[in-house]
Design a protein around this ligand. Structure first.
Ligand code: SAH
Length: 236
């Protein structure tokens, strides 16, 4: 599906805390792009589909144990109200059990029509709604957050900065960490010398071939030192 200015990249978030959105995405490049209509954000409260007078959304875990679980009937109704079955957007569930989010997936998501993102809370969500609504579980790292909202904001930030026209300079998205399978080379700017440390000579020499080679070597060295797993991955 091709996006035009009339159909901006569309994010729908299902959360118990819609007031957390757009939050930090309302400022700077993502906030300006939001104001210009280059992407749209709708945060919907799962509690609108809660049950009874108290709009209950959770219940105790079957089989016992600590914490509460988001009910599948409530979450299912919230998803159905937010996205009809023919909505082409991927349906994501932020979850520490999910596939770790990587730049390739971010790029695919940014090139698509948008995302529907479910934010878990408590112990998580009833397993049946994951299969029942085809949710793709996405993790932002091997640690546990108290809710999916900050994870969703992270995912949205990574996607939105790739949308056409959002980042100032088109090329600044191309040579970054992970693009090309390497971490980025070191950056320098004025002053030429600071606290006894000088900018590497090659960067002031004006030899663009030498600069490109130096940056490539640095990127390979840093990647080998810090993230050898990325090198193995890009070769396979
Ligand atoms: N009991 C769960 C953790 C629940 S944390 C477990 O052990 O797996 C509550 C919610 O925070 C989750 O439902 C999920 O939506 C979100 N969350 C926590 N850590 C996350 C992570 N690393 N990536 C994405 N979402 C996360």
């Amino acid at each position: 599906m091709t996006r035009t200015r009339e159909t901006p990249w569309r994010a729908t978030i299902l959360t118990l805390y819609p007031e957390m959105f757009p939050g930090p995405l309302g400022v700077s490049l993502s906030g300006d792009a939001l104001a210009r209509g280059e992407w749209s954000l709708e945060a919907r409260n799962i509690r609108e589909h809660g049950l009874g007078r108290h709009r209950t959304v959770d219940d105790t875990p079957s089989g016992g144990g600590a914490g509460m679980v988001l009910r599948c009937d409530v979450l299912g109704a919230a998803i159905d109200a937010a996205a009809p079955p023919d909505d082409p957007r991927p349906r994501l569930l932020m979850s520490p059990r999910g596939r770790p989010l990587r730049q390739e997936r971010v790029r695919e998501l940014a090139e698509g029509p948008g995302v529907l993102v479910v934010c878990g809370r408590f112990e998580g969500v009833d397993e049946r709604v994951i299969a029942g609504r085809g949710l793709e579980e996405v993790s932002i790292g091997d640690y546990v957050l108290s809710g999916g909202e900050i994870a969703a904001l992270t995912l949205l930030d990574a996607c939105v900065r790739l949308l056409p026209g959002v980042m100032g300079k088109a090329e600044s998205g191309v040579e970054e960490s992970f693009e090309g399978g390497l971490l980025e080379y070191p950056h320098y700017t004025r002053p030429r010398e600071w606290e006894g440390q000088a900018i590497p000579d090659v960067l002031s020499g004006g030899n663009h071939g030498a600069i490109a080679r130096w940056r490539r070597e640095q990127a390979e060295r840093i990647t080998a030192e810090r993230r050898p797993d990325l090198l193995t991955r890009s070769r396979s």
